[in-house]
Each structure stands twice: as C-alpha cells, then as structure tokens.
Write a protein that binds this ligand. Structure first.
Ligand SMILES: *Cc1c(COP(=O)(O)O)cnc(C)c1O
Length: 400
C-alpha cells in the first residue's frame, strides 16, 4: 500500500505547485471524520471551505448521486433533462428568487453575475455601451478567472496575471459611505461577500448590508451578494444576508450546493435581471446537468429536513462561547457567525500555518486563511460530542 510520503512525493512531482496542503493524505471519510492512507483519523473542521456543510458522503445525497448515475448524467443544454427544473424550483422556492442559472464552480456563478449586471446596465438602466462599472470590496475573494481577478485587490492571487478587465472599482469592505461615493451614473452593481471568507473571516460592522441595500436601491444599482461560502446554512441562516433583514437582487451560490460531492453552482436573481439572458449569450456544457441537478436538489432537501441551519445556530453559539472562555493569550481576535469561525493568532506566537500543523498532529484538520487566521467551519451536522472532541484539542493548542 502506498503511504503518505510516497503519495506526497508523487504529487509534488506531477502536480502544479499551486497549493501548499498540510502533509496529510486522505483516502476515506464519513460524516465529520476523515482517514488518511496510514489509517489515522482526523476531525474535519474545515469542510472544504464550507462545501461539506452536509458532512462527508451524506447517505441520502450519495444515494441520489448513485441512482442518478445509473439513469442519466449529461444531456447538455441542447435538450431538456428531467432534473434541472426540480432543482431550480427548489432553489427558487427556498430563496424567494424568481429564477436561477446553473453553472458548475463558484467562480463561474460569479462571472455569470458580473455578466448579468453589465447587460442589465445597458438594457435596463441605460448605461452607454462599454461604460458599465461594478464596485467590489477590497480583500474580496470570488474566484480565479481573469474577470473575477479584475475586481480583486493586489496580492498573490492577482500578481503577474494582468492585464485585468476594466470596469471595476474597489472600496474598503465594511464602509457603506465609500460605496456611495464610488457610485456614478454608469455604476451597474455592487458585489460583496456578506462575510469575507478567504479574506480572513472578516465580519462587517452591524448595519453595513442594510445601508448598502438602501444606497444601491436609491441609485438604481444592483446589489449582488456572493453567498458561495456563507450561504446554505453556514452562518445560521439559509443566506447570511437574512441576518440583516434585506434582500439583494442577485445571489451566487456554490460550494455546499453540490453536497460535498459534485460541483454545482448557480446565480439566482429577480426576473428583471435574469431576462438579460437570451438563447446563446451565456451557458456551460455541464451547467444544469442532471447528475449535478439531482445532487443539488437532494442537498437542499437534506439541509432543510435535517435542520442543519438550526444546528449552525446552536453549535455556533456553543463553539464561540467555548473559544472565548479559553481566554487564550495567543489569540488576538475571534470572529464570525454561526459555524463560520475565524480565530486570529497573535504574530508573536506563530502563524496560522504553525497552528494548523499543531492541530493536525492532535487529529484536527483546519487551515489558515490570510497568514494569521485559522478558519473553523465544521460540517453543520457535526455531533456535539465530536465538536467537544475538537474543542478539547483546540484548547490544548491555545492554552498549553
Ligand atoms: C470559494 C468561493 C468562490 C469560488 O468558488 P469555486 O467553486 O472555488 O470556483 C467564490 N466566492 C466565494 C465567496 C468563495 O468562498
């Protein structure tokens, strides 16, 4: 049997070097637990950045995947399939939006939203052709394509990949006035993450989204929220913006929509926005495929039927309380919502990477995001006992 060292060397030799994973090689998983090739078990407290809200290999979603794989997997959108409508009906009914446009990865859903906003600007708002502007927040993360990178602020993800697409402005995250100042007659949309995930679990000040909603409404500008990481129960609501009692015009969903097993994403929107799409002006070979649609439908069903959103509220409150009561002198800040938890470590005691390696040795898998912050995002259906098992080890690392 091939062991950890062999596989890591093989991977280093044949894979592009665009990631720096922890030195663990996972070969099996169930629920909140994964097993490596040497038989060691770990508690997964990262959940693939919230793509595993349902845990690993949820039995109902696996069943749906297998059944669908045995019937029909791909038609392309040249023909109808009998699964896509069901999936989109469920997504629209739950979210209260009129229509959805299915894609595969989160990045593609964001690209779709950016394209929709530009066309909406020209066709509905009356912005002169080629002049549309979109406002994004500094420190955002929305994917890796040239289009999406063009609204990112300079760092490793953007360095050396220019020239970027024009038509984007960035303003500080959490500052509604800055958005108002950046808006002009050609502004078509503001796009934000309700909580910046990759940016280090950055929670904006209370009332931020509400103010941004007022400003965008007043100026006839679309509000587009990227809920790819924060959505589907992660923060204790179906969508994080519900905490603020607002409704955006466009939402992007992905990650957990695929039940942790198949890439499915979507842009959902009002009909007014979605109407900018006509046959031939956007699409994807695999977008809306029956296998993904069936998996996504089942993922939404499981999320609601198994009360996973309430679990994020209950366990989130408990987890935050336990973390705060540790009173660790190594921690600079604890922030987040629901089961999306960022722990910022003081620079003098080490990096996020150091601490994720320490936790790994004790059987807990997490990862740093932005050098000093650990992001904890366990599956929403993690048991209280398992969470306690993880907390015990986190305590050890932060209070020893
Ligand atoms: C992960 C993520 C994306 C990109 O999704 P991919 O499936 O990796 O393309 C976009 N936006 C946010 C907020 C994300 O967390």
């Amino acid at each position: 049997m091939k062991n950890t060292d062999y596989i890591i060397q093989q991977t280093d030799k044949y894979s592009a070097n665009n990631y720096d994973p922890l030195p663990v090689v996972i070969s099996e998983a169930e629920g909140s637990w994964v097993t490596d090739v040497d038989g060691n078990k770990y508690l997964d407290m990262l959940s693939s950045y919230s793509a595993l809200n349902h845990g690993h290999r949820h039995p109902k979603i696996i069943k749906a995947l297998k059944e669908q794989a045995d019937r029909l997997t791909l038609t392309s959108r040249a023909f109808h399939n009998d699964q896509m409508g069901n999936f989109l009906e469920e997504l629209c009914t739950l979210s209260g939006f009129d229509q959805g446009l299915p894609m595969n990865t989160g990045t593609e859903a964001v690209e779709t939203a950016l394209k929709a906003a530009r066309r909406w600007g020209y066709e509905v708002k009356g912005v002169p052709k080629g002049k549309a502007e979109i406002i994004a927040a500094e420190n955002n993360f929305a994917g890796r394509t040239i289009g999406v990178l063009s609204m990112s602020t300079g760092d490793l993800a953007t360095d050396g990949f220019g020239p970027y697409a024009p038509g984007f402005k960035t303003v500080p995250f959490g500052d509604a006035e800055a958005i108002e100042e950046a808006i002009n007659e050609n502004t078509v949309a503001v796009i934000l993450e309700p909580i910046q995930g990759e940016g280090g679990v950055v929670v904006p000040p209370d009332g931020y989204l509400k103010k941004v909603r007022e400003i965008t409404e007043k100026n006839n500008v679309l509000l587009m929220l990227d809920e790819i990481q924060t959505g589907l129960g992660r923060t204790g609501k179906l969508f994080c913006y519900e905490h603020d009692g607002i409704k955006p015009d466009v939402v992007t969903v992905g990650k957990a929509l695929g039940g942790g097993m198949y890439p499915v994403s979507a842009m959902i929107a009002t009909k007014e926005v979605m109407d900018v799409f006509v046959p031939g002006n956007h699409g994807s070979t695999f977008g809306g495929n029956p296998l993904g649609a069936r998996v996504a439908y089942e993922s939404l069903k499981v999320l609601m039927e198994e009360g996973l959103i309430d679990r994020a509220v209950e366990l989130g409150e408990y987890f935050f309380k336990e973390l705060r009561e540790m009173n660790s002198s190594k921690i600079k800040d604890i922030r987040g919502k629901g089961l999306m938890v960022g722990v910022e470590i003081k620079e003098e005691v080490g990096t996020g990477r150091d601490f994720s390696e320490k936790l790994m040795k004790l059987g807990v898998l997490v990862k740093d995001t932005k050098a000093q912050t650990l992001r904890f995002a366990p599956p929403l259906n993690i048991s209280k006992e398992d969470l306690d098992w993880g907390i015990e080890r986190i305590k050890k690392v932060f209070t020893e």
